[in-house]
Design a protein around this ligand. Structure first.
Ligand SMILES: Nc1ncnc2c1ncn2[C@@H]1O[C@H](COP(=O)(O)OP(=O)(O)OP(=O)(O)O)[C@@H](O)[C@H]1O
Ligand SMILES: [Mg+2]
Length: 248
């Protein structure tokens, strides 16, 4: 089967301008393939570069070295060479992202935050509203909160709005950065269900899950990032536990 995403020899470092231009190398020579319908889980200790990898794939950070290709639509698309203006349509139609924290926009209600990815594609507003409310109800967000801006919501409530917004668009590729971190067991179970449903639709997912139980239930493969650490970080790393899941 053709992968939807291939990453070849990816390297990334940061230059810390506030520290006299100190260069911090995070990862090197990282390669992976991701297929439709599978969930690949990034593993490794804090600071290893898991979120950095997702941010590169979403175009928030530039890759330092290597090549990233998306096999979708008319053929392979090189993300490492994609012009800035093309990212908007790619995020609208192909790559979804559930970040760890919701970016709150003042005065925009939770319902509208969730509807927005569908409206951006020109979907019918009434239909988008029904789909948003269905997801918010599944994620147990009390109905009285739907018409309020999420700025004052609890961490777990904001995270559920974020998850609903991430899943509503049914993007072919979904990046998940600790979507269950602030959730209770009942809502973690809903997220696991949403992930299984997305897999069944053929969605490819790349995710970070600190909760080992969630990880075991959703991961088809684990990718331990220790092997791709830049040498300066290598001695500090601890091997990750996998409990028998196949490694990428
Ligand atoms: N914009 C940035 N500028 C400078 N350094 C950065 C930047 N973003 C990330 N880093 C550094 O890159 C390294 C990897 O960070 P990253 O957030 O990817 O780790 P992580 O594996 O997601 O950790 P955690 O499990 O704690 O979320 C860290 O040392 C971090 O300080
Ligand atoms: Mg992180």
């Amino acid at each position: 089967m053709t992968p939807i995403l291939t990453v070849e020899h990816l390297g990334k470092g940061f230059v810390l301008h506030g520290q006299g231009g100190l260069a911090l190398s995070v990862m090197r020579d990282l390669s992976l393939e991701l297929h439709p319908g599978e969930c690949l889980v990034l593993a490794g200790p804090s600071g290893i570069g898991k979120s950095t990898l997702l941010k590169i794939l979403y175009g928030n950070y530039l890759a330092g070295e290597g090549r990233i290709r998306l096999h979708f639509g008319d053929g392979p698309l090189s993300l490492t060479e994609l012009p800035a203006h093309a990212w908007h349509a790619l995020r609208r139609d192909v790559i979804g992202y559930v970040s760890q924290f919701l970016r709150v926009v003042p005065r925009v209600s939770a319902r509208e935050v969730v509807m927005e990815p569908l409206l951006a594609r020109g979907a019918d507003a009434a239909e988008a509203r029904v789909r948003a409310e269905t997801l918010l109800a599944r994620l147990n967000l009390p109905e009285r909160l739907w018409s309020l801006p999420p700025g004052t919501f609890s961490g777990g409530e904001q995270q559920r709005v974020n998850i609903a917004r991430g899943f509503i668009g049914e993007h072919p590729l979904l990046l998940l950065d600790e979507p269950t971190a602030s959730l209770d067991a009942a809502n973690r179970a809903v997220v696991v269900e949403l992930i299984h449903e997305a897999k069944a639709r053929g969605t490819a997912m790349l995710g970070i899950f600190h909760d080992e139980d969630v990880r075991e239930r959703v991961a088809d493969r684990l990718l331990p990032l220790e092997s791709f650490m830049a040498p300066s970080l290598a001695p500090a790393a601890q091997p990750s536990t996998s409990r028998g899941l196949p490694h990428a």
